[in-house]
Structures are given as C-alpha cells and as structure tokens.
Design a binder for this molecule. Structure first.
Ligand code: KG4
Ligand code: ZN
Length: 318
C-alpha cells in the first residue's frame, strides 16, 4: 500500500444518531476529489501513472455508491483507463492481506459489519461459499441498537465497547440466539429486545454501573455467539485458518476471545490493521489489484455507471 486516506462522516451523522443517506452522498461529493488528490500526493504519483481505477459497485446506499461510481468512471474515462467495480464485502474480507501477517488461502472468513454477518469458506479471490449468515439484524446493528437503548452516541459499537470495560457481564443474563441451532446462521433481533427489557426494568433509576453491566453483557452475548459459530465453521470445513473482517472486527473483546480459543486449537487468526477494519478505500483498491493479478477482474471499458445497492457476494464471484 503506497498511501491511503479516509474522511469519516461520524461527526456529521452523530447529530442525527445514524446515517442520513442524502447528507452522506452530498458529503461524498465534497470530499472524494480532495481525498483522491491527497492520496496521490502522499504516494508521490501523478494521475498519468494510474493504470486502473477501482470503485465500490455495491452493496450499499444507492446515492453514496453513485458518487463513487460517477467519479471513478469519469476519472478513468478522462485517463483512458479501464474501471473495475468491486463488491464492498470482498474488500472487507481481503483487507487482512494488507496486514504484515497476511493470510494464505483457503480460510474461513467471519464478516461482521453494520449491515452483514456472514461466515464464508474462501478458497481464493472470487471463490466464496456462504456457510451461514444472520436471518435478521447484523452483529454491528446489534451493537448499534443496544447502544442506542443505553443512550450512547453514534456509532454505537465503539461506544458500547468502551462502556463495557467498566461493567460486569455476569450481572445481567442475556440470550445467545441460535447458538444451538445446529447450523451456522445467526439471529440478533431477539438480543436487542432482551436488552430493551433489561433497560426498562431499571426504569429511571438506572445508574452508570447498571448501564456498564448491560453493555458488558451485550458485548459478551454477541461475541460469544460469533466466536462459537466461528469455531463450528472451522470444525465443519476442517480448515485451520480464520480471517475476521468488517467494523465489528475492531472489537477487542471479540479478538481476545477468538485468539484464546484458536490458540488452544492451533488455528491461525488474521485481522486487518485496526485502521482498515471499518470502511476504507484501500481494501477496494486491494481487491481490484488481487483480481487483476489473477486475471479475474471485470474491466469496464465503456465507463458506464453501474451500481448494485443489493448484491450478494456470490454474484461477485469470478
Ligand atoms: O464495516 P463497517 O465500517 O461498515 C459497514 O459496512 O457496515 O462496520 C460498521 C459497524 C458499526 O455497526 C459499528 O458500530 C461497528 O462496526 N463497530 C464496532 C466497533 N467498531 C465498529 N462494534 C463493536 N466494537 C467496536 N470496537
Ligand atoms: Zn463495510
């Protein structure tokens, strides 16, 4: 990686307690060109030295995707270079290849973001087999919605994790949905309801310690299910390597639990660098580069706009 830059919209969305799609895409328009200039300057490259332009084709908010696709396609057209549309989740699951301790294929991938919770078998770039996924809320959503119930700010995941450090997880009992379902699917909607019940039980009397205990118990319930299903996926596939990607992969409790469970089983665990856990452009460029290396990149030479707000990862396979 030569350079990478990120503009976070967290401050902007904080006032509304979540992402406002229209504000997000308008801000993308303002930020994307200055950021691209910054990255080029940091890398010491000129526009003429770019061979390909990659962008996120989907899934995601259509308005935000269109800004990236529009800029990428116009830039590539102006430079006379091909453009490559990349699947957002492919970017996440390949992002650990930018870390110093890069994985090797094949591996199990635990994809945990604000919108997705999936276990996959990954044999190579573009060879993804879905092993299980959430039937309702994503893990990040469970963090975010529980945080909201506790009156914590946006984004809820990191805020809940910070508060959990002061809590006692055993003080509150929360369910582990689908833990014994026998398959690799997840469900987090019931957990959010259980957190709501706990918060309501405390009524207006809630003190900081009670909130911290609920935060710790919530984090424990989510990470417990993620870790145990990941181990089940490793057993089922017979693989001895797991890659964790997506925003929730930044959670230190998840890392602690997974590291210790895997260490006793001689299983290697790989994470992206902390800064590349949540959404970033570097992982999209990397996915395009890895596809180019293998000759499996879909090169768009007509530069026509092409976004896919709903796009299963299997549909992006080589
Ligand atoms: O991958 P990502 O940046 O965006 C999506 O593609 O969704 O993931 C964002 C999600 C949010 O739900 C956020 O609360 C969660 O990742 N997250 C965390 C932590 N950092 C980010 N959840 C738990 N603990 C964290 N430290
Ligand atoms: Zn993401």
């Amino acid at each position: 990686m030569l350079a990478h830059a990120l503009h976070s919209q967290i401050d902007m969305h904080q006032a509304y307690g979540g992402v406002v799609p229209e504000l997000a895409s308008r801000d993308h328009i303002r930020r994307v060109i200055p950021l691209a200039r910054l990255v080029l300057a940091e890398a010491g490259l000129s526009l003429a030295q770019i061979d390909h332009v990659a962008y996120t084709r989907g899934p995601g908010l259509a308005g935000a995707l269109l800004v990236g696709a529009g800029v990428a396609c116009s830039l590539a057209a102006a430079l006379g270079r091909p453009v490559i549309g990349i699947h957002h989740l492919e970017g996440h699951l390949l992002s650990p290849f930018l870390a110093s301790d890069a994985p090797e294929f094949p591996f199990v991938a635990l994809l945990v973001s604000g919108g997705h919770t999936q276990l996959m078998r990954v044999d190579d770039v573009g060879c993804y087999e879905l092993l299980g996924e959430t039937i309702d809320d994503a893990a990040g959503e469970a963090f975010d919605k529980s945080a909201k119930l506790l009156g914590l700010g946006y984004p809820g995941g990191p805020a809940l994790a910070r508060l959990a450090a002061f809590g006692d997880a055993s003080a509150v009992t929360l369910p582990r949905p689908l833990l014994h379902s026998g398959n690799l699917d997840f469900s987090f909607a019931g957990l959010k309801t259980a957190v709501r019940t706990q918060v309501m039980k405390l009524g207006t009397n809630v003190c900081e310690q009670d909130k911290a205990n609920i935060a710790a118990a919530t984090q424990e319930a989510i990470t417990d299910v993620l870790v145990r299903k990941s181990l089940q996926a490793l057993r089922q596939t017979g693989l001895a390597r797991i890659v964790v990607a997506g925003g929730v992969g930044a959670n230190t409790r998840l890392r602690e639990r997974l590291n210790s469970e895997c260490a006793t089983r001689q299983i290697r665990v790989h994470y992206p660098e902390m800064a590349l856990c949540t959404d970033n452009g570097a992982m999209i460029a990397l996915a395009a580069a890895m596809r180019l290396q293998r000759g499996t990149a879909v090169l768009q030479i007509d530069h026509a706009f092409n976004v896919q707000p709903r796009w299963p990862l299997a549909g992006a396979a080589a």
